[in-house]
Design a protein around this ligand. Sequence first.
Ligand code: FES
Length: 194
Amino acid sequence: MNNAQPKSFFFAPENAVEAKKIIVKYPEGKQASAMLPLLDLAQRQHGGWLPRAAIVHVAEILDVPAIKAFEVASFYTMFNLEPVGKYLIQLCRTTPCWLKGGEDIARTCETRLGIKAGGTTPDGLFTIKEVECLGACVNAPVMQINDDYYEDLTPDSVMKILDDLAAGRQPKAGSQTGRCGSCACGKNGEGGEC
Ligand code: FES
């Protein structure tokens, strides 16, 4: 995987337009508040990770010291400062997910992919990352893959999701037990109905 830091970074024309649209949403003098969405835009343009040049570019656009942008980029786990695989798996390790079997979910991912948390498969397809609460505790255990949440996981459903992705199929996001949203589960833990 190429983790070389590019010498420069600029938004592509369509993203430069998008960046301007984001900035004008904020009051005059408060443009620095656009830091998070601009870093996100830069990361998406750069294949899922933020090189140093992109962070500096965002700081320049917002007219803030580069260190401010580095502080933000290094604080939030949604920003990746190194290359990640095509599928970034974020495993929730906070208490509700842990109580509902999050450890088994993590071990299943690691065993299926042959890597530990923090690692990337040699084919560049998968990266595993451990994160704090993903904000979907009621559907624990939960993992996020790219922009999608997968909820009410079991080791079997995790295997199926990973098999699908490896085969180029898009698995269904959301509850894996068929639960509607966050409705209360049935007594055997199966999907509650809205
Ligand atoms: S604890 Fe896992 S989503 Fe909140």
